[in-house]
Structures are given as structure tokens and as C-alpha cells.
Design a protein around this ligand. Structure first.
Ligand SMILES: [Zn+2]
Length: 55
């Protein structure tokens, strides 16, 4: 179950994570990384995406 997102604007969307996971983000990836490190909700979303893509 994905945690509810109350402040959706502050999170990155699935498309961004997909590109991030595929290394399409170079110049801006640090911002994404910093957000993920500080956001348990997005950490779970990333984990779910990784499991779906590479399970
Ligand atoms: Zn987030």
C-alpha cells in the first residue's frame, strides 16, 4: 500500500522517478536524490517501481 500523498506538489511524479531510475536525469538528478533521501513516501514508491521493473 502506497502511503497517501497530502502535499503532492512537493513530490516528484512517477515519470520523473522512471527517468531517474533509468539514468536519464543528469543535471537535476541530485535534487531528486536529496528529495528521496528525505522523503519516506517517495522511497517506498521507488522501491515499488524497482520491484515492478526488475522483480
Ligand atoms: Zn516525496
Amino acid at each position: 500500500m502506497i502511503a497517501r500523498i497530502s502535499n503532492e506538489e512537493q513530490h516528484y511524479d512517477t515519470k520523473t522517478f522512471d527517468e531517474y531510475l533509468h539514468d536519464r536525469w543528469n543535471s537535476d538528478s541530485q535534487d531528486v536524490t536529496i528529495h528521496i533521501e528525505n522523503c519516506p513516501q517517495c522511497q517506498r514508491r521507488i522501491e515499488n517501481m524497482v520491484n515492478d521493473n526488475w522483480a
